[in-house]
Design a protein around this ligand. Structure first.
Ligand SMILES: NC(=O)c1ccc[n+]([C@@H]2O[C@H](COP(=O)([O-])OP(=O)(O)OC[C@H]3O[C@@H](n4cnc5c(N)ncnc54)[C@H](OP(=O)(O)O)[C@@H]3O)[C@@H](O)[C@H]2O)c1
Length: 245
């Protein structure tokens, strides 16, 4: 039986295990997908030694960046984003990939209009790096918003963001965990009254399907999209990588 798995901490609400094991059952694939909640990335070599059958690993919060020193090779996207969410193991070699990028790009494009030329990216973590990579690739100008401004990189704090900035930047992307179950009443501290029906609000959070952030957009006529498709696309891209010749 082939073995795949997920590292991260904690993994109580992980989508991947249920998704892959259901997929293996539906498609008659002799494989199993297991969760490996490790409390520190220092436990990763021990896990690899204990599970020599592992062929593929997904990486989630908080290890997408700190896993990189363990890789033998990295894709160009991993090198550019500094984040890896998918590893293929062949002959003891760990090959790193980033499938969040393709997942985000394909799901964003479904509702993107030509007028969405300026974006606000909320949050500065691993997922934000994947989002920024895609926006660069698509030629969409963006400002990164953080709890802590960084004049060196042009990152603004929420407090520094003006009403007109928010009105003019019609693509807002939430890469923070604010609003994720069980804290479903939370949302990024934006000026939601600046939203128009030209806005597109994209939330990487997928549980709940309609976060407070998306509800604020929907109530004002904006296009909204959650992270469910991104999640599914990145999982399928990982499966392709693990099975590539
Ligand atoms: N749909 C998908 O396929 C998919 C893929 C990847 C991630 N995600 C989701 O995206 C979210 C972020 O993941 P990640 O890996 O990027 O996590 P991360 O590395 O921990 O980064 C999250 C960022 O959010 C901001 N943040 C955290 N707590 C905050 C708070 N209380 N208030 C305001 N900002 C806060 C921080 O930025 P500042 O410190 O700069 O404010 C932080 O860097 C998670 O909810 C994750 O489930 C979804």
């Amino acid at each position: 039986m082939r073995l795949f798995g997920l590292i991260g901490y904690p993994l109580s609400h992980s989508f991947s295990k249920a998704y892959f094991n259901q997929k293996f059952e539906n498609e008659g694939v002799d494989a199993f997908y297991e969760n490996y909640p490790i409390a520190s990335i220092d436990e990763f070599p021990k896990l690899l030694a204990e599970q020599p059958a592992l062929e593929g690993i997904n990486i989630t919060i908080p290890y997408k960046e700190v896993v990189i020193p363990f890789l033998h090779t990295s894709s160009d996207v991993v090198k550019k984003t500094g984040a890896c969410n998918c590893i293929r193991i062949r002959n003891g070699q760990l090959e790193g990939f980033n499938t969040d990028v393709i997942g985000f790009e394909q799901s964003l494009l479904k509702s993107l209009k030509v007028d969405h030329k300026k974006a606000l990216v909320l949050g500065t973590g691993g997922a934000s790096k994947a989002v920024q990579y895609v926006l660069d690739k698509l030629g969409i100008g963006f400002t990164v918003i953080s709890r802590k401004a960084d004049p060196a990189t042009g990152t603004l704090s929420y407090e520094e963001l003006s009403f007109s900035n928010q009105q003019n930047a019609t693509l807002w992307i939430n890469t923070t965990p604010l609003g994720m179950y069980p804290n479903t009443d939370a949302c990024p501290p934006m000026e939601y009254s600046s939203i128009t029906n030209q806005h597109y609000l994209y939330d990487l959070v997928y549980n709940p399907a309609e976060t407070m952030f998306l509800k604020m957009g929907k109530d004002r006529g904006a296009i909204i999209e959650n992270g469910q498709d991104m999640l599914q696309i990145q999982a399928e891209e990982g499966w392709k990588i693990w099975n590539a010749a």
